[in-house]
Design a protein around this ligand. Structure first.
Ligand SMILES: Cc1cc2nc3c(=O)[nH]c(=O)nc-3n(C[C@H](O)[C@H](O)[C@H](O)COP(=O)(O)OP(=O)(O)OC[C@H]3O[C@@H](n4cnc5c(N)ncnc54)[C@H](O)[C@@H]3O)c2cc1C
Length: 461
């Protein structure tokens, strides 16, 4: 590899790129990584981590409201957005530094600035104009918010990127979108005291999740005062003094102090020289790769959101690690994208793993559905109007648990552990044989006795 400056050039120091660079360097490769914004990428800088910190902040208002029934008198609470954002920014800066230090300790050379492919083996660093010859290239450029068609007034619309840095908490927020990012920000703003309206073009929020989860979350979120307008979309946004007026199809208007769109994300494939390098990709669909994350050009690989497989941080990290082990560790490794547990940090949370009821009924001849909805113990005293929902989807013939869906406090923590059982192909009998932990909400998962329904697929004619 003497004619190359490095064994591996990684474009993008996000979740996937950083892991790949560190592991490849650990296998002895000479690695360079370029980052045009901040080390750590979306998850650390303007995704999972700052979002979860804001979610924590938003939940205090509910806790204060519940405290009285447990004997506490809490003086009227006040909230300061500037303090929250400053503390959040300090923590993000600390994490960014940890990522940088870990790369440096691993012997990875970091270059700040945009990197583009000039030909299959040459990467150009736009800040300096320098060219780097690389034996292998890893594209780990992630994804960016996509605002959809350019409606009038689109320049007034913010994305999650800006929501993390607003100068003040908006009194009224309109969020267009029905996915997890839209719902999580709705919960954040609602908990911190804003009036929130969600506008979504589909029938119901959280497309792709189990239908009972979608209905339950909608009801819970609405009961907290978030207005959800479905089968509607924003056609224009006007600025009117210090606030905005969003026009919806059908003529309705909604006034808001901020209008945010969270309607999807685009893989970052534009302007990075994929054409010059001969890498096949489709605009919007991401870079096509095989099970080893190899693109149509054998020494160019792609991982994470830019491949648009399953756009989650742990997936990008696993793909980056597998790539490094495959190419530099002599250990070909595929990533299994089945049964990946996932969470939505709404209030209450969603945790899901495996098949939804609809997916299971389409794939299996007979499916048993176990479901329960109950008032959590804490709410019996506090009087809070909330219910937990839990659902198991079971293959009737093998007894295997195909899917688990939870809406309730700490559902994200629960689903991480249930994910192990589902991946190990645990049966309903295994769940039943597991002793309950009492008193918990999770014990309901091992005490579901009778299915609420058995669905048998009609035989094909
Ligand atoms: C608001 C929000 C909340 C989220 N919450 C969660 C969550 O709770 N759990 C979860 O699992 N996932 C969550 N995600 C998704 C998660 O952030 C992504 O799946 C993950 O960051 C993808 O990692 P990646 O390495 O593919 O890309 P990224 O982390 O996006 O990293 C790509 C990096 O490449 C850089 N880059 C791009 N082009 C170039 C170039 N030409 N030259 C140099 N650098 C370049 C970018 O600046 C970026 O830093 C969330 C995302 C958002 C937006």
């Amino acid at each position: 590899m003497a004619q190359h400056d490095v064994d591996l050039f990684v474009i993008g120091a996000g979740s996937g790129g950083v892991r790949a660079a560190r592991i490849a360097a650990g296998h002895g490769a000479r690695v360079m990584i370029a980052e045009e914004y901040r080390i750590g990428g979306t998850c650390v800088i303007r995704g999972c981590v700052p979002k979860k910190l804001l979610v924590y902040a938003s939940r205090f208002s509910h806790d204060f409201a519940e405290a009285a029934a447990f004997g506490w008198s809490v003086p009227a609470a006040s909230f300061d957005w500037a303090t929250l954002i400053a503390n959040k920014d300090r923590e993000i800066a600390r994490l960014e530094n940890v990522y940088r230090t870990n790369l440096e300790k691993a012997g990875v050379e970091i270059v700040m600035g945009r990197a583009v492919l000039e030909d299959p083996h040459t990467v150009r660093l736009l800040a300096t104009g320098a060219r780097v010859r690389a034996a292998n290239v890893l594209v780990a450029t992630g994804s960016t918010p996509n605002h959809g068609p350019a409606i009038p007034g689109i320049e007034h619309v913010i994305s999650s990127n800006e929501a993390f840095h607003l100068p003040e908490l908006p009194r009224r927020v309109l969020i267009q979108g029905g996915g997890y990012i839209a719902l999580e920000f709705a919960g954040i703003f609602e908990g911190l005291g804003s009036e929130v309206t969600i506008v979504y073009r589909g029938d119901n929020i959280l497309r792709g999740f189990d239908d009972d989860v979608r209905a339950h979350v909608r009801q819970e979120v609405e009961s907290r005062g978030v207005r959800i307008l479905t089968n509607r979309h924003v056609t224009a946004v006007d600025k009117s003094g210090a606030h905005y007026v969003a026009h919806l199809d059908g003529g309705e208007t909604v006034e808001a102090d901020r209008v945010m769109f969270a309607i999807g994300r685009h893989p970052n494939v534009s302007g990075i020289g994929l054409g010059a390098a001969g890498v096949e990709h489709a605009e919007g669909a991401g870079i096509g790769v095989d099970a080893y994350s190899q693109t149509s050009v054998p020494h160019i690989y792609a991982i994470g959101d830019v491949t648009n497989r399953l756009n989650l941080t742990p997936v990008a990290i696993r793909e980056g690690h597998a790539f490094a082990d495959t190419v530099f560790g002599g250990k070909p490794t595929r990533v299994d994208h089945a049964d990946i547990p996932t969470a939505v940090f709404t209030e209450p949370e969603v945790g899901a793993v495996g098949l939804t009821e609809a997916q299971a009924r389409a794939q299996f001849d007979a499916v048993d559905v176990y479901k329960t909805a109950f008032r959590p113990m804490k709410a019996t005293l506090s009087g809070r109007n909330t219910r937990v929902m839990m659902k198991l989807i079971v293959d009737s013939s093998s007894d295997r648990v195909l899917g688990c869906h939870i809406v309730g406090h700490d559902a994200a923590e629960m689903i991480q552990l249930i994910g192990i059982a589902v991946r190990m192909k645990a049966t309903k009998a295994d769940f039943d044989a597991t002793m309950a932990v009492h008193p918990t909400a999770a014990e309901e998962l091992v005490t579901l006795r009778q299915p609420i329904a058995r669905h048998v697929r009609a035989a094909a004619e």
